[in-house]
Write a protein that binds this ligand. Sequence first.
Ligand code: NAD
Length: 257
Amino acid sequence: MSKKVAFITGAGQGIGEAIALRLAQDGFIVACADLNIETAQLVKEKIINQGGNAFAIQVDVAKREDVFQAIQKTLDLCGDLNVVINNAGIAPIMPIEAVTPEIYQKTMDINVGGVLWGIQAAVETFKKLGHGGKIISASSQAGQVGNPELSVYGATKFAVRGITQTAAKELAPLGITVNAYCPGIVDTPMMRKVAQDLADLSGESFEWGMQQFAQNITLKRISKPEDVAACVSFLSGPDSDYITGQAIIVDGGMVFN
Ligand code: NAD
């Protein structure tokens, strides 16, 4: 098998879909993994129609066994694995006083557990294969600074940066690099829902909700999913071989370090 293999969670829509399409263009065989198998199948079909190579897998990233099984299936089908992208995530929006134990637990299980299990399954597989690899996870602009109404979400995205730094240090001897990407405001179903929820909380319109997030972007436009996919393409390829433990901000100029 000469082609490299990439496994992507949350690949059924939004940023994950754009990453899947981009990595297929880059020449990867793409495992489109998602809780929603129908949307994952649609993305797989788009890739095949564009002359690429892909398949769809159902996975719930909150379940460790699920993640291990999905990555094993990828290995069984392709005989190799080179890049694991822990992209799936959810974004509940509410004032801090309204956070329930259920919302806290579910968001942690998906956004942090999903990354942890993805890293573990990737390491096990890279070790089996006897080569290194690249692990890339979704953090956020909200994992760099606190955002109102996003207390639990922001906490999970800060956690992703912490796990990324730890894993980079632990796994370097195995030839594995570990990085994260921090999108800003990306026009995806998730972002549209966040904008609508904020608008509903404030009794305002959807456009007002989007504007609350867009107004402080230096480049004065909301991100397209392809802007993020371009960064992930770089992190998945050989040009980023000397980069590890980083959380790269792709936000049009919102957070300045
Ligand atoms: P989205 O909601 O549009 O898509 C997320 C995908 O993940 C969906 O296909 C969904 O079915 C899948 N998913 C949800 N729970 C899952 C689970 N338990 N197991 C497997 N798959 C699951 O989201 P998006 O906007 O494309 O965001 C992708 C990632 O980027 C997320 O981690 C998100 O937190 C992060 N992010 C997004 C933005 C943004 O502005 N959209 C900004 C910063 C970070």
